[in-house]
Ligand binder design. Structure first.
Ligand code: HAM
Length: 429
């Protein structure tokens, strides 16, 4: 029969790989707790209007990339292309500002964008997403960037570059917008069709265009940094100063605008040249108008998202702590020993031991091979004689030593394995 494969751009994360993902998530959770960031879980599906209003009607994401459909109730729904709009929707809907003036929230999960799939770019991808809501101070900008860099460093990722820009505010942006529109008007022949349209609807989006001709035009375009008002300028200077105190190197990218319309002031990306064309492992920025634009109070916010697929591909390959190998393999020879093995195996699991067993009639040699393959710390061999004599050999697979253990008390066996296995873990560390 013909097989069915997954949808283009949607990827399976297989055992072996998934442990790395879990490890990254666990590290993230650990670090988040130190920074006072709490988890929020939000739906994968939202009303389309949320993203149209939140991300911006004339962004690539909203114009071209959303998975939008009309459901049976005739409502337009969209698989979330990012998490920020949803987090803010939840924040406003549940009046979280009334509970605490400062909310630091994270969420981890899949996002959906119908982009052209390529290495590092998928149609379903995953993000670790963090939002700090309620504080406009540049300390918050520096803190969230420090958090991001600490997490990346903790995962053993090297060769990263932090890129910064300021996108100004509704005070200073109109003058810049006007100047850019005029600048682009003189370069009609060099712009792609999309950018000719963007020039009038949303000129900042031209800065994001990947078409070579447009990139060349943008390389000479005016820079937002030259148009910042006094407040935005002071804010940006402070952010840079605080990062320097923490010894975090960064590079100013005056033409980095990010692909979402909600940003104001600080915008940042972390790139790794080893990622190739899709070089951004994380991106974020301040969005001081978004909460009000989504019907909430006039409260500032800043956040970032890390792309999990890119993150995991940057993490060092070999790390024993990614994988939790079984503590014990029970090799059974014969029907009665197998029944014992089954009882003991499940008993041990309930006591917190990672236990595996041989389910079929197989030779001792082949069962030992399986224990080896699973990288079990110990193997217990059960045959008719062992059951009759009420004792069996416990083999330490690493040291090659053996010791006899009694079979009459499963609790004692569990205790022995747990203490031995924890000793083994310490050795690894
Ligand atoms: P973004 O730059 O669109 O920002 O995405 C953040 C990260 O998600 C990217 O740097 C990249 O690592 C990953 N990513 C994006 N698209 C794909 C894709 N098609 N395939 C694989 N990875 C991808 C945001 O999403 C903002 N919501 C970040 C934010 C949070 N800003 C403020 N708060």
């Amino acid at each position: 029969m013909e097989t069915i494969s997954s949808v283009r751009g949607f990827k399976d994360i297989l055992p072996g790989e998934v442990e790395k993902w879990r490890y990254a998530e666990e590290k993230a959770r650990e670090i988040f707790s130190c920074f006072g960031v709490r988890e929020i879980q939000i739906p994968i599906l939202e009303k389309t209007e949320l993203f149209q209003r939140g991300i911006g009607e004339t962004t690539d994401i909203v114009e071209k990339e959303m998975y939008t459909f009309t459901d049976r109730g005739n409502e337009s729904l969209t698989l979330r292309p990012e998490a920020t709009a949803s987090v803010i929707r939840a924040y406003v809907q549940h009046s979280l500002h009334a509970q605490d003036p400062v909310s630091k929230l994270f969420t981890i999960g899949p996002m959906f964008r119908r982009e052209r799939p390529q290495k590092g770019r998928y149609r379903q991808f995953h993000q670790i997403n963090v939002e700090f809501i309620g504080v406009g101070s540049p300390f918050m900008d520096a803190e969230i960037i420090i958090l991001l860099m600490v997490l990346l460093r903790n995962l053993g990722i090297e060769g990263l570059q932090l890129e910064l820009n300021s996108l100004g505010c509704p005070e200073c942006r109109p003058a810049f917008r006007q100047t850019v529109t005029l600048f682009l008007r003189d370069r009609t022949e060099d712009l792609c069709e999309d950018c000719l349209r963007r020039r009038d609807t949303n000129p900042l989006r031209v800065f994001d265009c990947k078409v070579e001709g447009c990139r060349q035009v943008i390389a000479h375009a005016p820079q937002l940094l030259d148009f910042l008002c006094a407040d935005c300028s002071a804010h940006f200077e402070n952010v840079k100063e605080y990062l320097k105190i923490f010894d975090l190197p960064f590079e100013i990218k005056p033409r980095m605008v990010r692909g979402l319309d909600y940003y104001t002031r600080t915008a940042f990306e972390v790139t790794a040249s080893s990622l190739g064309a899709q070089s951004a492992v994380a991106g974020g920025g301040r969005y001081d108008r978004l909460i009000a634009e989504l019907g909430g109070p006039d409260i500032p916010g800043i956040g970032f998202a890390i792309g999990m697929e890119r993150l995991v591909s940057l993490m060092p390959a070999a790390n024993e702590s990614f994988v939790q190998n079984p503590d014990i393999f029970i090799a059974a020879l014969g029907d009665v020993p197998r029944l014992w093995a089954f009882a003991l195996c499940n008993y041990l699991r309930m006591a917190g031991v990672r236990a595996e067993m041989g389910y079929d009639e197989k030779s001792l040699k082949s069962q030992m091979k399986r224990s080896d393959k699973l990288m079990c710390a110990f193997t217990l061999i059960l045959g008719d004689r062992e059951i009759q004599e009420n004792k069996a050999e416990l083999k330490d697979m690493k040291k090659g030593t053996q010791e006899t253990i009694k079979l009459d008390n499963f609790d004692d066996i569990a205790e022995a394995i747990i203490s031995k296995a924890s000793g083994r873990n310490e050795e690894i560390v």
